[in-house]
Every structure is written in structure tokens, then in C-alpha cells.
Write a protein that binds this ligand. Sequence first.
Ligand SMILES: [Zn+2]
Length: 244
Amino acid sequence: MTSTAPNEDVKETISCKLVSEIIRERIKSSGARFNANDNISDYILPGELDTLEKEVATRVRDLLKALLIDVENDHNTQETAERVSRMYLNEVFKGRYHRQPKVTSFPNDKNLDEIYTLGPITVRSACSHHFVPILGDCWIGIKPGEKVIGISKFARVADWVFSRPHIQEEAVMILADEIERLCEPQGLAILVKAQHYCMKWRGVKEPSTSMINSVVRGDFRHDPSLKQEFFELVKQQSNVANNY
Ligand SMILES: [Zn+2]
């Protein structure tokens, strides 16, 4: 051992720091939370996502190896690690790593105050516990306030919120928070009916169970007739909704 060895070790450590470590330290030092269903895009610098994609692929490859799959010779799984990494970061969990799609709001010039309901909007997620799919339909009821947003934007925001590992109850709350932030409605109601593949594919293997949950805020919460109207409209729209 020479006296320069420790310094070289330090250098080695610095240059080999994983991008996930760098991002994690950045999040922690800001005091932010980084649960599975949090968006962390504010803490990822330009270019880091590409490096993270490579790091995740390496880890997925390690997982496949630990599962004793011959990733060197099995032609079906040779590039599975790269595919899974890309899929997690840029598709099914894009709502964690990418910023919210741009949503422009407009003043409610016509003072619209009648409720309207949108749905079904297809939502796709994965359960935080097993990382298997949750697929469902979402209905959104709005009593407009000072601001309005285009109806297609609700689907984009729902897709962004649900594209994270979730439990359904929290996904609905997070979506409600985002919609309130974007258009400050006088009333907001959201209902999600979803199929959970951790019940269909594994566990109890119950193919037809679905979970329904809802959140009502503002006027929908205070006025029982408005809440009733929302659930009636959802029922009408559900009759033409597709089944899985
Ligand atoms: Zn699960």
C-alpha cells in the first residue's frame, strides 16, 4: 500500500457515484418526499434521465440473473433489461420522472356554474406493492370556478398522475389535488373503478373483482343533491362503458 491509495479510492468513489445516488441526495437535501407515487422531475437535471435509464437496466439485468434466467443466451430476454428500464422511466411510470403535461387555464368569462361530468377516462397504473397493473375507468365531475381548462386536459393529467406505482385511494386524492390546483373549481368529484391485477393474476386470483372509490370536494361535498347528480351521471355513462 502506498500513501496515495486512500486518495485514489476517494477519486474512484466520486467518479463512480451512481446517478440515482446523486438524485436521491438532491431530493433528501431539499427535504422532499420521494415515495413511489411522488413526482420527482424537479430534481432530475437535463441528461440525467438517460444515465438513470442505463443504471436501471443494469439493475434489471441483475434481477433477471438472480432469477436464474440465461440473459446471455436466451434470445427472448437478451434486451429485456433495457426494455423494462425504458418502459418504467418513460412509459408506465412516466408520471414520476417527467413533468406534468402543459395545461393552460382560461378565465371563466361566461360564468359557467352548471356541473359537467367527463368519463370514462381510461387510467393505467401499477400497484405499489407488487408492480402489477391496475386498469380502470375514471369519471370527473366539475362545478366550474374562476378558471376553466380544456376537457382533453383532464385525461392528460389523469394519465400523468396514474402513471406511477400507486394504491388506488391515493391516486384519486393526488389527481383531485392536481385538478384543484389547475382550475380551482367550486366543486370537484372523482370516481375510479379499477381492476387490480394483483388480485386477478396472483393472490386470490379473483378475475372479476373491481375496486371503486371516490373523492368529493367543495360544493359536491356540501350539497348532497349535487353529489347525487354526479353519481347519476356516472351511472348513465357507465352503462356504455367498456368492460375488461
Ligand atoms: Zn399489489
